[in-house]
Write a protein that binds this ligand. Structure first.
Ligand SMILES: [Zn+2]
Ligand SMILES: [Zn+2]
Length: 454
């Protein structure tokens, strides 16, 4: 029997209909975290009862490329019995454990040699979000050592697949930082590079920053990201400034897209009504080739709701999808971007690459804790800080940034002077992204003009 079934159903056993729609992934994450908490809790109880034969504890993390930097750098940390240890799991879906170091057989009066350390298995999987299934395995092996030993044994290409991040990797390889510098042993917190004496900035490409203590090369975006940003910058030069005249910017952008890329005449939808009308209008703002992918993918049903908007992905069998929108056109642009995220994988991957570069070496954090003024976030909602204008841009489900592309397209394509919503009819979202994050603005604009192999 699956030990997890004791505590709560695992995600496979969660019924499709859990009362309200769009929460299956949340439930899956909760189930995994809950099971881990229960397991760790039971283990701690056993440790407590056997304290007399325990000397201390070693933090044990999984040797694979799903482990986050916060946990990877903590692997192998040793705590004496009385030392304060961070409680595990340290974040949702954390797989960390403590293994006790016991007194030797001879100290117990038994004339037996100690068992040899057992080699630990490691796994490398293909990049990308894990989902509920798992990515194909591309390498396995065993190593007698810690995460650091394993990481050091990997090729540069495989090192880059792990969660360590390009900047921290470079600093390790140059000997400017040690593995053990990265995490606060007592709290388990990943120490930001700034606190370690490095000045960091989202700059590009390959900018060098120096401080009195050290110099860090802050990794710039990869070349494919730079190319799209540059495309966007040159397009932007030929458009009216969004900050001065959002309406003129929008009209000219639509005109250029129509001429140079070809805009959609409207997505094929499986339902009629106000919601479908909104999505039909929103889809006309996207390149025809992208919307064609949506039409080919399968039926898309739209419902209208003033309460909440969503696009339901992934876990539903077959190709039928549901989405819900309100009467603000920019919401429909946002939700339709979720649709494109599912049906245009090369576009989706490109935004993931942008996000990876921006979040280089950062850990997952709780949205609820970061945005204390908004109480709408669930405790399971996580993000990585990519220096975006709002942490929500960096929201992740597993390894995937799910809101970056929708938030970016909503900002750039969502303007509508007739909207009842003030953020839409004043161009507030457009202006905020333009003035607050020119790089993401240019990247998103560039992506609209890029010839994608779909
Ligand atoms: Zn972790
Ligand atoms: Zn969204």
């Amino acid at each position: 029997m699956d030990p997890g079934a004791f505590f709560m159903p695992t995600s496979d056993e969660i019924p499709e209909d859990v009362g309200f729609i769009g929460t299956r992934r949340d439930v899956s994450m909760l189930a995994r975290t809950y099971i881990q908490s229960a397991n760790v809790g039971a283990q701690e109880a056993v440790f407590k009862q056997n304290e007399d034969v325990i000397r201390g504890y070693t933090r044990l993390e999984t040797l694979d490329n799903r482990t986050c930097p916060q946990c990877a750098f903590a692997d192998g940390l040793y705590y004496t019995k009385d030392e304060k240890r961070p409680a595990l799991p340290i974040h949702p879906c954390c797989r960390g454990l403590y293994i006790p170091k016991t007194v030797s057989f001879r100290e117990l009066g038994l004339d037996i040699d100690e068992l040899e350390d057992v080699a630990r298995p490691w796994t490398l999987r293909e990049d990308g979000p894990i989902g509920e299934g798992g990515k194909p395995i591309i390498g396995v092996g065993r190593i007698n050592g810690t995460f650091e030993d394993w990481w050091n044994s990997l090729s540069d290409e495989d090192k880059a697949r792990t969660g360590i991040g390009a900047t921290r990797s470079a600093l390790l390889q140059e000997g400017k930082l040690q593995w053990r510098d990265m995490v606060d042993k007592r709290t388990g917190r990943l120490i930001p590079l700034e606190e370690l004496g490095f000045e960091t900035k989202y700059g590009w490409p390959w900018k060098k920053f120096s401080t009195s203590r050290n110099t860090a090369i802050i990794m710039g975006p990869p070349q494919d990201v730079i190319d799209i940003v540059n495309t966007g910058k040159s397009i932007l030069k030929g458009l009216p400034s969004p900050a001065d005249d959002p309406r003129a910017f929008h009209d000219t952008l639509m005109q250029r897209l129509a001429e140079e890329v070809g805009l959609s005449k409207g997505a094929k939808l499986g339902s009629t009504g106000l919601g479908a009308d909104m999505v039909f209008l929103a889809s006309q703002r996207f390149p025809a080739a992208w919307v064609k992918r949506s039409d080919e993918f399968g039926p898309l049903y739209v419902e209208f709701s003033r309460e909440r908007s969503y696009y339901l992905t992934g876990y539903i069998m077959g190709s039928e999808r549901w989405m819900s929108v309100d009467s603000d056109l920019s919401t429909s642009v946002h939700e339709f971007s979720h649709r494109l995220d599912e049906v245009c994988p090369s576009l989706q991957r490109q935004f993931q690459r942008f996000h990876e570069y921006r979040c280089d070496g950062k850990s997952l954090e709780s949205l609820l804790a970061a945005v204390s003024t908004v109480e709408d976030y669930k405790p399971t909602e996580m993000f990585r800080d990519g220096g975006y204008i709002d942490p929500y841009f960096g929201k992740q489900e597993g390894k995937k940034a799910t809101e970056l592309m929708p938030m970016a397209f909503q900002s750039i394509l969502g303007y509508n002077e007739h909207s009842k919503s003030e953020k839409t009819n004043t161009g507030a979202l457009l202006i905020e992204l333009f003035t607050g994050d020119n790089e993401l603005f240019s990247f998103t604009l560039g992506s609209l003009f890029k010839k994608w192999s779909m």
